[in-house]
Design a protein around this ligand. Sequence first.
Ligand code: ZN
Ligand code: FE
Length: 260
Amino acid sequence: MKLIALPAFSDNYLWLWQQDQMAVVVDPGDAAPVLEALANLGLKLDAILVTHHHADHVGGVHELHHATGAKVFGPAREEVPAPFTPVMQGEQFDLLGQTVQVLDVPGHTAGHVAYFLPNAQLQPVLFCGDTLFSGGCGRIFEGTPAQMLASLDSLAALPANTQVCCAHEYTLSNLRFALTVEPSNTDLQTYMAHCQQLRAQYTPTLPAQLGTELQINPFLRARHPEVRHAVAQHAGLSALEQTDDVAVFAALREWKNDFR
Ligand code: ZN
Ligand code: FE
């Protein structure tokens, strides 16, 4: 199994998962780069996985489905612009010899799902759409901070060697914010230098390792004393709010929304 990040728009990655002469694509916001990659690599598209309904994730689904006949899987509680198999938490199915488990991860959108491959060849693989980014998380457009925190908690509980395939290259700007929250986190300083090197060569910073994210991503560290303290200071939280995980997480997300 091979993972290929196809760049699209200004900062999206359309993830192509290749097995022999077959492929699965995740969140094809645009059909053109996928059709080009399939032609170049001589691959047949077996399936399309959709994490949520935003245009930069579903814009190419209709065209790809009609051009290739690939089956489509998508979140049961959202609209997908092609006939699709609706999936939700607890369900699993097989694609290209891999088990795909569905996780409900509401917050960015109300019905957002993630796809987890527990038995991928070398390491487990997670396709998490716009829920978890390297060094950050998605904006909360339709859900609540409590939902987003619970969704991130469920992803954080996956094996530490999971390869996290996020849908956007937001890593450097996320890490700039993370360093503002945790300036003395040495893992974070090291990871920033590593990612700066990758981006200087136009190399994706993804997939990220879940274990690394647990050390550097403030949205997975909202219960750490240092993060709590920084958020409380920035947002002027009351003593009661400072002990409330959701209040701290919500304030952290708002801090990031305003961060430039
Ligand atoms: Zn989105
Ligand atoms: Fe997106």
